[in-house]
Design a protein around this ligand. Structure first.
Ligand code: ARG
Length: 456
């Protein structure tokens, strides 16, 4: 059974049928499709299109279909072109030709957009808890890190000492923005297309505001032409997913680097690393590499959908059928990587001594400049003096802490014996005490904030 065909004299070519069919993808929205139909049947009843008896019969039939999906007993027929056809075909089997009344004043165009939005509204909270789980792994590590110091980098060159806890939390906040982005998106997903018909609106006198409310949507769409083709929410969702992919890729890149023998800041647990078929000694960070790799695929899905949307004329075009696969795939990608990254980070071993050893006195050159600022010299000058100290130490092949007081005083008479305190990395960290800095107190405040957010 197809939902069309009256005007056709021959059957659709078999390969064209396969190309046209969307069932393999859209059967994932089976429950949403039935829920939309139940709500539409209620609206038709209120509008006196369905009698009390017909309404009961259709509702019971749809409840049976829903149960069949829930229990995995629903079987698709070869002629089911899409999920909408499958549901209506099955309803017809259960209650007979009366099922045909359900499609009054409705089109698959407003139906599919409704299903898709409903699906997304239900998926966003699922993603949100996967995000929260990873965030809590990061906060836990930040708490465990205590006073552990590590080198902070810019341009991948040693820059300034930081607390390991501060570094962990630097990966918390991007995920917080991702969560907020997804939550903000809900407002634009929660707009009901049902009741827009194919494009021009429905002739059925339905109360679309009530219909929206009954399906859990905030509002009914204000323009039917826009409503059947609006896939902004899908593109935005893919952007959100892609941004997360990029954040996780950045984290992954650092873990890959920091677990290498050259850094050895961390060691992955055996449960989250893989071996080599050839080299027995290998312990590879595959899960992080895959995460980094999947970020590229996510970017492709986003740009793919944007390219599909570009240049479409107004209202529904079949190109739009391409919208669901990338959104589903992006969701599956995030739901696959978020818990694995969380698990890998929860079980990672930190090597504080390796981190500490990687902090050299040159990383306190800024503090050396700041030291002279505290003696009243303008920063621009102190920067140059500290730079000269770096050069002199470099030429002598020693650390800044190994230059004699005379050598310092030759560069600037304001240097005194207390200059050597500057080379304590913890002192450097502790000075960065303003909101957002790496001091113990600032990080403690961050942790408290994170915990508060994460409990929501
Ligand atoms: N399978 C279609 C989609 O995913 C459903 C809408 C079909 N509409 C139509 N006029 N053929 O977009």
């Amino acid at each position: 059974m197809t939902l069309w065909g009256g005007r056709f004299s021959t059957k659709l070519n078999e390969q064209a049928w396969d190309l046209n069919s969307s069932l393999p993808v859209d059967q994932r929205m089976a429950v949403q499709d039935v829920d939309g139909s139940i709500a539409w049947a209620n609206a038709l009843h209120k509008a006196n299109i369905l009698s009390d008896e017909e309404h009961v019969s259709i509702s019971l039939g749809l409840a049976t279909v829903k149960k069949e999906f829930a229990s995995g007993q629903f079987s698709f027929a070869p002629a089911d072109e899409d999920i909408h056809t499958a549901v209506e075909r099955r309803l017809t089997e259960i209650i007979g030709p009366l099922a045909g009344k359900l499609h009054t004043g409705r089109s698959r165009n407003d139906q599919v957009a409704t299903d898709f939005r409903l699906w997304m509204l239900q998926t966003i909270p699922q993603l949100d808890s996967a995000f929260k789980n990873l965030q809590s792994a990061l906060v836990k590590q930040a708490e465990l890190a205590g006073e552990t110091l590590m080198p902070g980098y810019t341009h991948l060159q040693r820059a300034q000492p930081i607390l390991l806890s501060h570094w962990w939390l630097s990966h918390y906040w991007p995920l917080q923005r991702d969560r907020e982005r997804l939550t903000d998106l809900v407002a634009r997903v929660s707009i009901l297309p049902l009741g827009s018909g194919a494009l021009a609106g429905t002739p059925v006198p339905v109360d679309r505001a009530a219909l929206a409310e009954s399906l859990g949507f905030a509002v009914a769409s204000p323009n039917s032409l826009d409503s059947v083709s609006d896939r902004d929410f899908a593109a935005e969702f893919l952007f959100c997913a892609t941004m997360t992919g990029i954040h996780l890729s950045k984290l992954s890149e650092q873990i890959v680097l920091y677990t290498s023998a050259e850094f050895s800041f961390f060691e992955l647990s055996d449960a989250f690393s893989t071996g080599s078929s050839l080299m027995p000694q290998k312990k590879n960070p595959d899960v992080f590499e895959l995460t980094r790799g999947k970020a590229g695929t996510l970017i492709g899905m986003l740009t793919g959908l944007l390219a599909t949307l570009k240049g479409l004329p107004s209202t529904y075009d079949k190109d739009l059928q391409e919208d669901k696969a990338p959104v589903f795939q992006a969701t599956d990608t995030l739901l696959a990587i978020l818990p694995v990254i969380a698990g890998a980070l929860r079980t990672i071993t930190v090597k504080p001594q390796r981190m500490r050893n990687a902090i050299d006195s040159f990383m306190m050159a800024t503090d050396l400049a700041d030291y002279l600022v505290s003696k009243g010299i303008p920063f621009r000058e102190t920067h140059a003096i500290a730079g000269k100290a770096v050069r002199v130490a470099g030429e002598k092949n020693v650390g800044l802490e190994e230059l004699s007081l005379e050598a310092y005083q030759a560069l600037c008479p304001a240097f005194e014996a207390d200059v050597y305190q500057v080379f304590d990395p913890m002192k450097s960290v502790e000075k960065r005490n303003a909101i957002g800095g790496t001091s113990l107190q600032s990080v403690k405040m961050q942790i408290a904030k994170c915990k508060m957010q994460n409990s929501k």
